[in-house]
Write a protein that binds this ligand. Structure first.
Ligand SMILES: Nc1ncnc2c1ncn2[C@@H]1O[C@H](COP(=O)(O)OP(=O)(O)O)[C@@H](O)[C@H]1O
Ligand SMILES: CC(=O)N[C@@H](CCC(=O)OP(=O)(O)O)C(=O)O
Length: 260
């Protein structure tokens, strides 16, 4: 039987409040089996960019990342948030290692080719160094990955955190029984994102396509769900889109369970 691995992707909006990181750390400390965390930070990167006087630009949920935006992304994701999470996890006795895709050459990516849009220093993942990640997990350590990858030629790249968690999950699915949890600022996928009462408890691909066409599902939820379904058809056992309270405080997890 494969060992259990829980992969939790934490959305950047949740990271704005240290209390949320504390709750997550307490939850991870209680979990059985191995855990791997991936985090974003897009909202903070946008805020810092604005404070520095340049407007952030997003297309289809992906940041147009010029050299200045890449510097901000590296400082916010690999620096501020990664180290904040590591510090708070250590406080809760979770042995943690902060990672980017450049560390141990764990995630190699290629700069996205320019078609109609030049995304700049945005990386599409080419290879996950499974050996390195498994080695960390075998030590009983929880790796915490930020949204920075590299091309192994010295260039750092910005990669969407939902995609990183999905690529790590599918690469490790051969060796682990994986639960992939996308934890964000809403309770899950909803018919009305401002009304928790409209939570969709389970969703298949046909329903996703219909709700996307009807523009019930929009913005960052689209790449998240594309990743969620990709994970499910590529060997990941269980996929959820959920909120922090729904994940860490409910006796039984609630949110949106993704099924084929
Ligand atoms: N049907 C929906 N249900 C819930 N959230 C939705 C929906 N459609 C769009 N969204 C938006 O998607 C956002 C989550 O995507 P994103 O901002 O990329 O999250 P994260 O930073 O956690 O990856 C929610 O905050 C919400 O504004
Ligand atoms: C290429 C690209 O768009 N990268 C994302 C990485 C951060 C991220 O994914 O953060 P959230 O999970 O908080 O949205 C960005 O810069 O916004």
């Amino acid at each position: 039987m494969k060992e259990k691995l829980t992969i939790i992707k934490v959305g950047g909006k949740l990271l704005e409040d240290d209390e949320h990181i504390e709750k997550l750390a307490e939850y991870v400390a209680r979990l059985d089996g191995s855990t791997l965390v991936v985090h974003g930070g897009g909202a903070k990167a946008s805020e810092i960019s604005q404070r520095l006087g340049f407007e952030p630009k997003m297309v289809d949920g992906r940041r147009i990342t010029d050299a200045a935006a890449l510097n901000v992304a590296t400082m916010v994701y690999a620096g501020l948030y990664n180290k904040k999470i590591v510090g708070i996890f250590q406080k809760h006795n979770v042995r943690t290692l902060g990672m980017s895709g450049a560390d141990l050459n764990s995630i190699r990516a290629r700069r996205r080719t320019v078609k109609s849009i030049d995304y700049g220093y945005v990386g599409d993942i080419e290879a996950v160094n499974k050996r390195a990640v498994k080695m960390i997990l075998k030590l009983g350590v929880t790796p915490v990955f930020c949204a920075i990858t590299h091309d192994n030629e010295g260039q750092l790249l910005n990669t969407n955190a939902d995609t990183i968690s999905t690529q790590l999950a599918t690469a490790l699915a051969e060796d682990y029984d994986i639960r992939l949890l996308f934890c964000m600022d809403k309770a899950g996928v909803m018919l009305d994102p401002d009304d928790d009462q409209t939570l969709i408890h389970a969703m298949n691909y046909a329903e996703y396509k219909r709700l996307k066409m009807d523009e019930v599902i929009t913005l960052g939820m689209i790449p998240k769900l594309d990743n969620a379904f990709y994970a499910l058809i590529n060997g990941v056992s269980e996929v959820w889109i959920t909120g922090l309270t729904e994940l860490t405080e409910a006796r039984e997890m609630t949110g949106t369970r993704i099924f084929e």
